[in-house]
Design a protein around this ligand. Structure first.
Ligand code: HSE
Length: 405
């Protein structure tokens, strides 16, 4: 029997307990041993919940118990999660986490401790919830040189963009709906400002490219400036707007970015709607691959966490190698990335198109019935820095959204 401890009895923690209870027969069969939850750590009490029998309030009980072989960290946040995880690994216990903030910030150090101790630090649930993307990058796609990962990695914002597309509502109404549905956090800043997706693409890129991508260096723009009017233009172009987190190898350079993009029906991410996540991967021999599924929520996330527990149970004294070195990946300046840009400008096509073309060269103009005093256009391909230089020369620009080709 393998004894495990779960740190945190919140949404994901209670999901982990539920999954292990519900599927214990198949989980034990898959692990080759019985998995038993010996402790659940939480500061709170849960009277009436059977978890109360195994609930502890003091981490020392867990870290000092030699019977505990696997620690599951589902508390979230950096502290005390970081201290608890590091102590568990140093005590020779393998760790599973769903904590993207922890992995993005301290992943290299924690992976190194696990390697030195010949144990494991696994984090499938940190990116894409229940979608098996980390394991895919770490084993199924190792014959490839990955040159692109582009994902819808945040369920909350994808739900909001979908509602804005379907209902034509404004950002605030979509956020209210996401909160009512329980998708958005009480403080949804990390979701709507793109920080959550940014951490996830930094983790995925570090694994795909084998070098550490520092999330603090990733250009990140959220969806807070996206309006119902932007969505009307998107529809007029047969496109929609989604928050994409993307990393790409361009020649010998890499660019990594999180921002809203206009994408068309030819994109495999176009139909990733509602709270779902989707991750597009391109490999030099594989070509295209798409991973799609439930990217957030109690049971999908717990499913990925428990799958990592099973993997660790099967590799108790053997480190599963992760292709993530401490060598930092130099990221290209976003101003050097090339693309086309959709721009909204004050004025009207008849009088002001010439001004737009004087600045940006030949553009594809667009007017949407009902939107008075403005028009839109799509530029030709140019570097982002070049776009900004041109845009600075006029005070008539109302907004810009990048086009995903
Ligand atoms: N807030 C995150 C999301 C939770 O909406 O995707 C899953 O990481």
């Amino acid at each position: 029997m393998i004894q495990i401890a779960v740190l945190g009895y919140g949404t994901v923690g209670s999901g982990v307990v539920e999954v292990i209870e519900t599927n214990h027969k198949s989980i034990n069969k898959n692990a080759g041993e019985d998995i038993n939850i010996k402790y659940v750590l939480d500061l709170r009490d849960f009277p009436g919940d059977p978890v109360q029998k195994i609930l502890v309030h003091d981490y020392e009980e867990i870290v000092n118990d030699p019977e505990v072989k696997i620690v599951v960290e589902v508390m979230g946040g950096i502290e005390p999660a970081y201290t608890f995880v590091k102590r568990a690994l140093n005590a020779g216990k393998s760790v599973v986490t769903s904590n993207k903030a922890l992995v993005a910030k301290h992943g290299i150090e924690l992976l190194q401790i696990a390697k030195d101790k010949n144990i494991n630090f696994l984090f499938e649930a940190s990116c894409g919830g229940g979608i098996p993307i980390i394991r895919a990058l770490n084993s199924s796609l190792t014959a490839d040189e990955i040159d692109e990962i582009t994902g819808i990695l945040n369920g909350t914002t994808n739900y909001m963009m979908y509602r804005m597309d379907v209902e034509g509502c404004q950002f605030e109404d979509a956020l209210k709906e996401a909160k009512e549905k329980g998708y958005a956090e009480a403080d949804p800043t990390d979701d709507i400002e793109g920080y959550d997706a940014c951490r996830k693409i930094a983790i995925l890129s570090s694994l795909a490219f084998g070098q550490f991508v520092n999330y603090e260096e990733v250009y990140t723009e959220g969806i807070t400036k996206i309006t119902a009017e932007d969505m009307k233009y998107a529809k007029a172009m047969g496109r929609t707007i989604k928050l994409l987190a993307s990393s790409k190898k361009v020649g010998d350079d890499f660019y990594v970015m999180t921002a809203p993009f206009l994408l068309g029906p030819n994109s495999p991410l176009f139909s990733v709607n509602d709270v779902f996540n989707g991750i597009f991967v391109h490999g030099n021999v594989l070509g295209d691959a798409m991973f799609y599924g439930s990217g957030a929520g109690k049971l999908p996330t717990a499913s990925a966490v428990v799958a990592d527990v099973v993997d660790e149970a099967k590799h108790l004294n053997r480190n599963i190698m992760m292709n993530w070195s401490s060598k930092k990946l130099e990221i290209m300046d976003v101003n050097d990335a090339e693309g086309r840009f959709f721009v909204r400008m004050k004025g009207n096509l008849a009088d002001d198109l010439a001004k737009a073309e004087e600045l940006f060269g030949k553009v594809e103009p667009l007017e949407v019935p009902g939107l008075e005093g403005e028009f839109g256009f799509v530029t030709s391909t140019m570097k982002e820095g070049e776009y900004h230089k041109k845009a600075e020369q006029t005070d008539k620009i109302l907004g810009m959204i990048r086009i995903k080709e």
